[in-house]
Design a protein around this ligand. Structure first.
Ligand SMILES: O=C(O)CCC(=O)C(=O)O
Ligand SMILES: [Fe+2]
Length: 349
């Protein structure tokens, strides 16, 4: 995970590289009749993508139809097209734990800057909801307003969990350490965001906050479904330039989060990425964050603590998630801290 010394201003536009992200075909890990050889090719391609291309890659062979993916994004557009008062009626601050539901433009904060995006944040619901952190019940648009919205998105999370498991199996084959990765295949936590980005005005001062400030993701793996807006999502390459991660129809953009980075002692890296959306259209993206079990203890795997580094103090995933999330939102009338505080170092967009 990045520490404060490593923080630099990543909102300035910077140079854009012509490098492309690699493509990983995950189908052998979703097809029980695939050959060992085919699985080996998939796991080795994944391994290379995680090591050499900074943990960002395109994924094909996931089994979801392009039409289905497009329909999900259309649902996202429909959500944001609702009148503002409908969206406000399910604002996160109305939810029991104050984080589930709609966030207005500028309320999501990355490194103390307001992101120019609005979003719907969805988390698994506990059996007995309460007002404790992350234990509330989910706020959804009403069935009258958006029929089928809730069921379609919940069904989507089930499909994505299966795809997430396939990735964990592929990583396990590449890295060994079956015991740890087996735990990552059971009762996984997840987070789903539906994000809407109005274009940044032509003369917009990027210092005030971009569409989504540069950050690493704080979980295991992020599967990004995004509409076909080019140039918006950018990934930081090893030389500090930005690689555009433009959508490929039918493919996901997938990246490694801080948990995998920690487990592997940075062999698989969580990489900074950001969104600067300057086009003329309204962009919608839908990241699915595939996570460990809530109470899983995270520590670097045996033999993977990098030479010269101290092993991280073990922490539970859910504590980590709560720390990240509750540092992430501010209401419009709250002043933002001048500098990022120590608890908000690793942030999700
Ligand atoms: O909208 C995007 O393309 C990326 C969003 C993102 O990085 C995030 O929500 O973590
Ligand atoms: Fe992200």
């Amino acid at each position: 995970m990045p520490d404060i010394e490593m923080l630099k201003d990543r909102s300035a536009e910077g140079s854009v590289s012509t490098e492309r992200l690699p493509i990983v075909d995950i189908s052998p890990y979703l097809d029980s009749s695939s050959s060992e050889e085919a699985r080996k090719v998939a796991s080795q391609t994944l391994d290379k993508a995680c090591r050499e291309f900074a943990g960002f890659f395109y994924v094909t062979g996931h089994g979801l139809a392009p039409e289905y993916m497009k329909d999900l994004l259309k649902l996202g557009h429909k959500f944001f097209e609702q009148p503002q008062e409908k969206k406000d009626s399910i604002h996160i601050f109305k939810s029991m734990d104050r984080v589930r539901g709609y966030q207005k433009i500028g309320e999501n904060v990355t490194y103390a800057k307001r992101d120019q995006q609005e979003a719907l944040d969805i988390y698994p619901e506990p059996e007995n909801p309460s007002t404790a952190q992350l234990e509330g019940s989910q706020l959804w648009p009403s069935e009258d307003d958006l029929p089928g919205f809730r069921d379609t998105l919940l069904d989507y999370t089930e499909k994505m969990k299966k795809i997430g498991h396939a990735f964990m199996r592929a990583m396990c084959d590449a890295l060994g350490h079956r015991e740890m990765f087996d735990q990552l295949q059971d009762d996984n936590y997840w987070v789903l965001r539906v994000i809407g980005y109005p274009p940044l005005p032509e003369e917009y001062d990027l210092d005030k906050g971009i569409s989504c400030g540069a950050h690493t993701d704080y979980g295991c793996l992020t599967f990004l479904l995004a509409d076909d807006t080019p140039g918006a999502l950018q990934v930081e390459s090893k030389d500090g330039s930005w690689i555009p991660a433009d959508p490929i129809p039918g493919a996901y953009v997938v990246n490694i989060g801080d948990i995998i980075d920690t487990l592997t002692g940075h062999q698989y890296k969580s990489t900074y990425h950001r969104v600067i959306h300057r086009g003329s259209n309204y962009r919608v993206s839908m990241p699915f964050f595939f996570e460990p079990q809530r109470d899983q203890v995270i520590q670097t795997l045996p033999g993977m603590v990098p030479a010269g580094e101290k092993a991280v103090e073990p922490f539970t995933y859910f504590d980590h998630l709560k720390r990240m999330i509750y540092n992430h939102f501010v209401s419009n009338d709250e002043a933002l801290p001048e500098k990022p505080n120590a608890n908000a170092l690793t942030q999700r967009g």
